[in-house]
Design a protein around this ligand. Structure first.
Ligand code: GLN
Length: 200
């Protein structure tokens, strides 16, 4: 059984832990650098990326997180977690740091005031059994990706149609939306499979 950490500085840690447990992983909260050494994979939850960035610096986690991701630790970020995995961000705070690891530019709060929160059914490449309910809460979108990044989902219709909301690069997965809030654990199961494949 893969051991998957959930970065527990801020955000919806418990929801991810529950989703991971239902996807047959052992979930562990992570707050200290040493705790990163015992993991097969890591989830960076949704929440507020500016706060998460500040706390990661304050807890001495930013450097170790960057190093682990560079070394190939499989990682999944939802919403604020997607922002944390972006090599570049737009509309971030001036002092906002990211872990990086996915060659993409992510725009914070991209869907605008009117659509601060909305839902959409999404076809996600790699997830079988029909569309995934995408819950977007002051969500980012992916503005552009490098050649190594695979686009897994885009918004199908409406004013934001075509914008990228799920990506993968190697062992790194990111979604603008929050599958941890829906009770549908297929995205977490896909990540758990990625973690298992990497451990082999
Ligand atoms: N707007 C938040 C941020 O910029 C992300 C929101 C979320 O994770 N639901 O970090």
């Amino acid at each position: 059984t893969p051991v998957i950490g959930v970065l527990a500085l801020q955000g919806d840690v418990r929801e991810h832990a529950t989703a991971l447990a239902e996807a047959d992983a052992l979930a562990r909260p992570v707050r200290r650098p040493e705790e990163l050494d015992e993991l097969d994979g890591l989830v960076i939850p949704g929440g507020e990326s500016t706060t998460m960035s500040k706390l990661a610096v304050a807890f001495g986690l930013l450097g170790p997180l960057r190093e682990k991701v560079r070394e190939g630790l499989p990682v999944y970020g939802s919403c604020a977690g997607m922002i944390m995995l972006a090599d570049k961000i737009l509309d971030g705070r001036d002092d906002q740091e990211t872990v990086g690891g996915i060659d993409m530019t992510v725009r914070r709060n991209a869907f605008g005031r009117q659509n601060d929160s909305f839902e959409a059914m999404l076809d996600v490449e790699g997830v079988e059994g029909g569309p995934v309910q995408g819950v977007f809460i002051r969500a980012p979108w992916v503005e552009s990706v490098g050649a190594q990044v695979r686009v897994l989902a885009t918004v199908p219709s409406g004013p934001a149609a075509g914008h990228i909301v799920a990506v993968r690069q190697d062992n790194r997965l990111a979604t603008s939306f929050h599958p941890e809030l829906t009770g549908d654990h297929r995205v977490h199961a896909m990540f758990t499979d990625m973690v298992r494949a990497a451990a082999r």
